[in-house]
Design a protein around this ligand. Structure first.
Ligand code: NAD
Length: 499
């Protein structure tokens, strides 16, 4: 049974058991792994009341938004279980001149014991996307949920304990101290979701054991609003993207670069839609049942400090700005006249505040983006195709959405999710999580020796030396079809030779 483990020395024992179990799991079929994922999903959906209650206590998230999270993992589980047999099957690769007569393919094998240090803003989805991928790959898995979402963490522990033995899937609850102890163990792969500071700690710890890592971090996601954009659409979608989950979404637009000719109209559209979504009845944003709260006092103080610093340094409050520390409430807020010296333009906001910056020349917008680390997500609003292509070609990010935002995650399992450098390393979702947890083992089987099988061994013959010299001298270019044909002939000849 999963227990909330308290003693540091118990992690080693747990780890050893997980490591032993991996050998048996490596031999399991796609159907056996799929069955585990289906059972986990079923137990999760059955725990919906507890999940809703936990999300409400932690972030005051409404039922529909939590259901959207459940839908995300349901489609993830269904996609994996439908495709796993194909992903697990040995994948033949094209032969080459140097492997004539040999069979070449890739086998996907479990990396081993996987650790996941998860976070709190969508704790159920963030836990299970990684868990499903690890189970699909045949790995054993340790989940350390975030201590900032303790109710969800307990629900996760209960669900997992109900479905799988602890030596396959263990939930270890606790904070940084527990994470630190876990990081000392020789995990084979580590998933981490969170900020940069801890991301560095995780990467350093992984280096100690040469563990591979998938880091899902954040940063300042830009949204570009071109002069050709449909302003009302842009305002509506960006108001939603910025304020959903009270801005506590890694992909949320953090600042908007808006063509100077439309800044006023854009700000007005944004404010109009923020109001329509969260204060349509005029009773105040704070009373909206759809506007969550900031996760805790530390994060509230952090966001409030960013706002105060910006206002002190001359930012203009265009909309919102109300805060209530006792209620952990921050109103949807729009700032203009922001400058580079303000902390709000240096740190990820992770709250419902959008900074709007004007640009006259496109190059100015690009320069603002390039002064910052590569973002997780970027957004372009434009009707002009040439403008979309221009901005797309001159920016980089983990993902890009044109004329919308936030919709690149959890919506299409064929689109892997992740960042670039400071915003993340590696990809998750759909087959990507399976691949992160798998060792893509290259296999060569020497089946039907072609020509003189001893030619490559010393003492080297003149014929061999000449062959190497010829290959060095010119481009080696044999069409795949010719390789396939020669391989077929070799196979046929060797079958006859054997008779
Ligand atoms: P965090 O870094 O404080 O915590 C995340 C995990 O790290 C928790 O499990 C925590 O216990 C652990 N941890 C904390 N301190 C640690 C330490 N000293 N050593 C080892 N482990 C430690 O999380 P946060 O910064 O509050 O999360 C918000 C950040 O996460 C934002 O930057 C956001 O953009 C990012 N995020 C990214 C994604 C994504 O998928 N890319 C998703 C959600 C959030």
């Amino acid at each position: 049974m999963n227990a909330v483990l308290k003693e540091s020395n118990r992690f080693r024992t747990l780890f050893d058991r997980l490591q032993t179990r991996v050998h048996a799991l490596a031999l399991t079929s796609a159907e056996e792994r799929a069955d585990k994922i289906r059972r986990l999903l079923k137990a999760t959906l059955e725990a919906r009341p507890a999940i809703l209650a936990a999300a409400h206590k932690e972030l005051r998230v409404n039922e529909t938004d939590v259901d959207a999270q459940l839908l995300m993992i349901k489609s993830e589980a269904e996609f994996i279980t439908r495709n796993l047999a194909v992903w697990m099957a040995p994948q033949p690769v094209q032969g080459s001149l140097m492997t004539l007569g040999k069979k070449c393919y890739i086998r996907y094998e479990p990396k081993g014991v996987v650790l996941h240090l998860s976070t709190w803003n969508a704790p159920i989805a963030e836990a299970f996307v990684m868990a499903y991928g690890a189970i699909a790959a045949g790995c054993t898995f340790v989940l350390k949920p975030s201590e900032l979402a303790p109710h969800s963490a307990q629900v996760l522990a209960d669900i997992c304990a109900k479905v799988l033995p602890e030596d396959e899937l263990a939930v270890v609850n606790g904070g940084a101290d527990v994470a630190t102890e876990l990081l000392q163990l020789p995990f084979n792969h580590i998933f981490y979701i969170g900020g940069h500071q801890v991301g560095r700690i995780v990467m350093r710890a992984a280096a100690e054991h040469f563990a591979t890592v998938t880091l899902e971090m954040g940063g300042k996601n830009p949204v570009i609003v071109d002069a050709s954009a449909d302003l009302d659409e842009a305002g509506r979608k960006i108001a939603w993207g910025r304020v959903a989950n009270a801005g506590q979404v890694c992909l949320a637009p953090d600042y908007a670069l808006v063509h100077a000719s439309i800044v006023d109209a854009f700000v007005a559209a944004l404010a109009r839609h923020m109001t329509a979504m969260y204060n349509a009845d005029g009773r105040g944003f704070q009373r909206s049942p759809d506007l969550p709260r900031i996760v805790n006092r530390r994060h509230f103080d952090r966001i409030k400090a960013l706002l105060d610093d910006a206002l002190d340094k001359g930012a203009k409050l265009e909309f919102g700005g109300d805060t209530d520390a006792d209620d952990l409430y921050i109103a949807p807020t729009i700032l203009t006249s922001v400058t580079e010296d303000m902390r709000i333009m240096q740190e990820e906001i992770f709250g419902p505040i959008l900074c709007v910056l004007p640009f006259n020349e496109r190059e100015e917008a690009i320069a603002t983006i390039r002064r910052r680390p590569k973002p997780l997500g970027a957004y372009i609003f434009a009707k002009d195709r040439a403008a979309i292509d221009w901005f797309m070609a001159r920016t980089t990010s983990g993902s890009l959405v044109v004329n919308h935002n936030l919709i690149q995650s959890g919506t299409n399992p064929h689109l892997p999710f992740g960042g670039v450098n400071a915003s993340g390393i590696g990809r998750v979702g759909g087959r990507a999580t399976f691949l992160e947890c798998s060792n893509a083992r290259s296999v060569v089987e020497d089946q039907y020796p072609a020509g003189d099988p001893n030619i490559m061994f010393p003492p080297y013959s003149d014929k061999y030396k000449k062959m190497i010299a010829q290959m060095l001298a010119k481009e080696i270019r044999v069409p795949d079809a010719a390789i396939d044909l020669i391989n077929g002939i070799i196979k046929l000849t060797s079958v006859f030779k054997r008779r």
